[in-house]
Design a protein around this ligand. Sequence first.
Ligand code: CA
Length: 744
Amino acid sequence: MSDFRETAKQSSLTCDLHASMQLQNPKLQRGRISRLLALTVFLAVIFLAAIPGCHQTRVAPGSTFNPADVNESRIINADREPGNWMTYGRTYDEQRFSPLNQINDQDVSQLGLAWYYDLDTHRGQEATPIVVDGVMYFTSAWSKVFALNAATGQLLWSYDPKVPGNWAINACCDVVNRGVAAWNGKIFVATLDGRLIALDAKTGRRVWETLTIDPNSRYTITGAPRLAKGKVIIGNGGGEFGVRGYVSAYDSETGKLAWRFYTVPGDPVKPFESPILQKAAKTWSGDWWKLGGGGTVWNAIAYDPELDQLYIGTGNGTPWSEKFRSPKGGDNLLTCSIVALKLKSGEYVWHYQEDPGDAWDFDADEDMILADLNIDGRIRKVLMQAPKNGVFYVLDRTNGELISAKPYTFVNWTSGVDLKTGRPVETALARYQGPNPAPIVPGPVGAHSWQPMSYNPVTGLTYIPVNDAGFKYKLPASFEAKKLAPNYGIDVVAAGLPQDPKTKKAILGTVKGKLVAWDPVRQRAAWTVERPGPWNGGTLATAGNLVFEGTAGGNFEAYRADSGAKLWSFAAQTAVMAGPVAYEVDGQQYVAVLAGWGGVFPLAAGEVSFASGRVRNLSRMLVFKLGGKVSLPPMRTSELLPLTVLPNPASPATIRRGERLFQTYCAGCHGDVAVSGGVLPDLRRSSALTDDTWFEIVLRGDLQSEGMVSFSKELSREDAAAIRSYVIFRGNQDARVQGQVQRH
Ligand code: CA
């Protein structure tokens, strides 16, 4: 709470601080020189910028300093000002490669903390910061925006869009946000509850706001907007919540909708919004539109200035199981696909579907990297993606042709991709038809998820944070869409971690993570760093022959980019999941990363998530420089509350009913089989189990502002009591295993 009060106090000083920063910044003073001199400087800048390796900060002739004065030319020419990180992946090709090399494989051992900034939320932190002309802009959980002096960490302004706590019920994967975009003096943020907001980069005041979703549908936005030619591009999530996926373009100055592209067909009785959807409708069966369809664009967007094309990644169909979504089969276009669109109009150009008729939540929403690669003696304009399904794809981005596809880690759902048809060859296990759950690898967490990969054009390697975690898929007897639960269309009880010690140990033993340096031309690993568990951080590649990555176990680390030798590690006190960035202010290079454990894995995976390390959430921005001497404050010690051991008079049938309800309604946030991954409350340890507080929270919604809504529209008092009986059963069960004394 003390952090929160401090933030509020600093906020009121925003403009003064910013003004004083401007005066101290020599770059800004340069903006005030005479027009003639400015023109000379401008021409010199152009000349110097043309020399490879000559790092210049842009100076706008005849103008005073405008924060976030980003435009198309600046992003396209980002290598001329490598001190900035002006868009999500630094450049339009989203390579996350910094040309800065002051911090390098020779001196990285001298890297230390320059400053840190504590945040006022305790949920997952996934944002990549943007740094423009000495100012850092980023988001925290709950879609809050912060502008800091990038050299000192001084708060310039903050903006809270006041996302209603109860919207969290619509979020599959924590109340996270992956960052802002900067353009023409504005900062753009998309909020969990579906708004797109433009802020004045100087003051943090709202310029415009528009609702990008139907508020009666269960959409969420966690992704970062992208800016190209004055258009703000934004998608949304909700593939487990009965929505229909789309991506929209808005005018960056006015917030007016320019175009919208739907990724899956709607009701075929109505006119199709685009010709491709008419074709796509032939790949569906049944009444798919009544369930929403899915295909959401929740993360991956890339702009290609050379071809003036946008690429989007689309997610799973709704629900996961195609048997309920499209009962007579079909590929269900354009789910789980990479789609190219014209930036100007949003018209379809081409698509490549990674998972025809997906049944596993194998989203194609993971970040895409554009590059020119020499393949078989020919320079190809490629798009690379390492999506959830575990296969690394290299596409020709001019036409969508599949160049190559190889698994980048262990998978058992496919034996490989047929390059002639572009389709995966599925194994007998893949479609989980049998009476027993099918242990499929990877599972819905993905062999790789939103944690951004990077590409180093010098080593020719991509650096992928890989998850190795399978999942037990089984079809339920029937499917009925719920409004207050995710709609997976799989048997959520069969998916739970079994409690008999031998099976449990065997399953937990298969859960791992790794950092893989993947050669996209040869389609093989160059080196691998093993991690104890999944959900490690996004990566940053630098010209200093370095790869930076945070870990789920609580470190921030640097490796040699060419060999994978570990060179440096910093104890971050919490997991570091977000994508790091490098930038420069006044000749000093910094590396920054947002820290804070959360996201879907620790929320939903229960005990499986313990493989990665049992860290707490401490949300803060961490910024490093050579010779940095700042220390983090000592961690407050905290102990887990004991498991609540209680009498449990409920019948086995009631406990089984409670188990099904828990796995359906509660497990997505409070953890598989009632074991919390440590970010949200572990209900087995809850004092609410003992009295009516339980019903006040579950049915009356007493904790709605924190994201725990009332479930009274779908759960009766008997249901809530059955869930409680199951949680007590699980607490007692685990207390016995752990030798905690029973009181009855
Ligand atoms: Ca999904």
